[in-house]
Design a protein around this ligand. Structure first.
Ligand SMILES: C[S@@+](CC[C@H](N)C(=O)[O-])C[C@H]1O[C@@H](n2cnc3c(N)ncnc32)[C@H](O)[C@@H]1O
Length: 301
């Protein structure tokens, strides 16, 4: 595709609601668009642009492609295990109930993974799950249906405990859904919440232009409590300006330093979980601005 053709196509994409295409890396976006055009008859970008204006189904598929919704349960098992054994246990030592944001959560696999881990730790928590793509939110809210491919990383024991077969496919059990509040949120334009203990934002930062990524990371830092942790994707390591205000904890984890507040400094160490851990009752801090305040009903006991 020629530069002028890409620019022209881009201008028509800009009219699609919620997609600020300039915020995403040009080369990647261009490659994706070229592949999509090739898969849909190929050839002439001008004719494709015309088709987008008249063919609603094509437009919907095109939007789905641009938003890159691929997700899977426990795709990065090692990092999620580290999240469970090190990060969550450490955070729960400071606060018996956690406020968590799963940003760019796609169809919900990520927040439900978090709910599984929190359930296994006997922890109280609420998870705000957001994505800017309205088409993924109903599945995230319903907790399914998920395809066999989404579930390949789930162990047999977890499969039995946390999933049920219903008409249309595999769903998570209702006790997991009770942790989660799903809502629309655009990382580029929506207001960010505050006081999160953990923000999980994986496999989307990689698609943004460098300065956009830095701006998002700054907003994440403010949205975290001092001592709170950001969990990003395996290929999204923070470097240079991106690292500003974060302390690398190893792996895919970065902490907003705790020493900014009078609170106790969080140390990073590996330790076994204590029995009865996380069962104490305490009130959570303010929930995010854009979500309804709601306790996880599974955690009310
Ligand atoms: C590759 S998926 C990652 C899903 C999940 N975080 C994971 O790692 O499995 C990327 C997600 O980012 C979302 N996304 C892309 N741009 C976004 C934006 N500006 N604001 C919010 N979500 C966005 C897409 O809709 C998509 O669901």
């Amino acid at each position: 595709m020629r530069d002028s053709q890409y620019e022209q196509l881009k201008r028509s994409i800009v009219r699609l609601p919620t997609i600020d295409i300039d915020a995403y890396k040009t080369e990647q976006m261009r490659r994706r668009i070229e592949m999509f055009i090739a898969a849909h008859g190929g050839g002439d970008p001008v004719a494709f642009q015309r088709a987008l204006g008249t063919d609603k189904a094509l437009l919907a598929q095109f939007r789905d492609m641009l938003t890159i919704n691929v997700s899977e349960f426990f795709r990065d098992a090692q990092q999620f295990e580290r999240l469970r054994t090190d990060v969550l246990s450490e955070l729960l030592e400071r606060r018996p109930a956690l406020s968590i944001w799963s940003a760019a959560c796609s169809n919900g696999q990520e927040p439900y993974m978090l709910a599984i881990l929190l359930g296994e730790l006997g922890a109280r928590a609420r998870i705000l799950a957001t994505d800017f793509d309205r088409s993924v939110l109903p599945r995230a809210r319903a907790g399914g249906p998920y395809a066999a491919q989404d579930l390949r990383g789930v162990t047999a024991a977890r499969r039995v405990r946390y999933f049920v077969e219903r008409e249309g496919g595999t769903y998570v059990v209702d006790t997991l859904r009770a942790y989660i509040q799903v809502t629309e949120h655009n990382l580029l334009s929506s207001p960010y919440g505050r006081d999160y203990d953990l923000i999980v934002c994986r496999n989307v930062l990689i698609y943004f232009q460098a300065e956009v990524k830095v701006a998002i990371l700054r907003k994440f830092r403010v949205a975290l409590r001092p001592g709170g942790v950001l969990f990003i994707g395996g290929t999204e390591a923070l470097l240079g300006a991106e690292l500003e205000g974060f302390r690398p904890l190893g792996g895919n984890f970065y902490q907003r330093p705790a020493e900014e507040s009078a609170g106790r400094r969080v140390t990073w160490r590996r330790q076994p979980l204590r029995p009865g851990f996380g069962r104490a009752t305490s009130r959570l801090g303010r929930w995010s601005r854009h979500s309804a305040a709601r306790w996880c009903s599974a955690c009310r006991a």
